[in-house]
Design a protein around this ligand. Structure first.
Ligand SMILES: NC(=O)c1ccc[n+]([C@@H]2O[C@H](COP(=O)([O-])OP(=O)(O)OC[C@H]3O[C@@H](n4cnc5c(N)ncnc54)[C@H](OP(=O)(O)O)[C@@H]3O)[C@@H](O)[C@H]2O)c1
Length: 209
């Protein structure tokens, strides 16, 4: 499969790209800033320039799978949260449908909820709207909802739950491994689950969703 990683320069996605690089799939890293190219050139990973606020069809064409790991981040305005995390994500789904990228893995968030009252309700609402849209498509989707992300080393051990609410931490390394592994685990298709650091070996946890 040719896999497009959206938001490839991100903290989680960079870890994911490193992991994917040694696997069986062809990889295309979507970035929005040409200055980021050198980092991927050094890894031997091809890049495509595209911005979720504009058409991204040229990036999606020829890919069979998408991992969406982009996000507007905590330092932008609420307008960008809507443009990237909500509308940008739906743009990616539509492009996937139009161009036949059937497998779609969404990096979402624990507590995503269209009725969120949280401190970052605008973000949790945007993620929930995007996730709900994805669940209504005919794409082979998986929605993975981590807790607070950390740069702790990956333990390879997690706690997975079909309840999408809760609290806890998720190491970006563990999350990256889960996103990558899900690509090849058909049982994760059509599933949404939270992913926290825990005690169950990752593969065993993913096989049980
Ligand atoms: N932080 C948390 O505790 C937490 C908890 C739960 C879920 N999450 C989710 O996890 C995701 C990944 O986290 P992270 O820390 O790895 O994120 P990150 O380092 O902030 O990476 C996000 C990436 O998205 C890219 N991006 C932003 N706007 C874009 C646009 N318009 N078009 C294309 N790409 C765009 C950024 O590009 P540039 O490199 O060019 O800026 C960046 O590379 C977050 O976005 C969030 O939705 C986070």
């Amino acid at each position: 499969m040719k896999v497009l990683v959206i938001g490839a320069n991100g903290n989680t996605a960079t870890r994911m790209v490193r992991q994917l690089k040694s696997g069986p799939h062809e990889l295309l890293a979507m970035i929005r800033n040409p200055a980021q190219r050198a980092k991927f050139d050094d890894m031997g990973v091809p890049t495509v320039l595209a911005d979720l606020e504009y058409p991204i069809d040229h990036a999606v064409m020829g890919c069979q799978a998408i991992i969406f790991a982009a996000g507007s981040g905590g330092h932008t305005g609420k307008d960008k949260t809507v443009l990237v995390d909500h509308i940008g994500a739906i743009r990616a789904m539509v492009a996937a449908q139009v161009h036949g990228a059937k497998r779609f893995i969404m990096l979402s968030s624990i507590n995503a909820d269209i009725n969120s009252q949280s401190r970052i309700a605008h973000y949790h609402k945007a993620k929930a709207h995007a996730d709900n849209h994805l669940r209504q498509t005919d794409l082979d989707y998986t929605v993975i909802c981590p807790g607070g992300l950390t740069d702790d080393p990956g333990t390879g051990k997690v706690a997975i739950n079909s309840k999408l609410k809760g609290a806890g931490k998720t190491s970006r390394e563990n999350l990256a491994a889960a996103l990558v592994m899900s690509l090849d685990l058909e049982n994760t298709i059509g599933k949404s689950f939270s992913l926290l650091d825990g005690n169950t070996p990752l593969k065993e946890a993913l096989q049980s969703v």
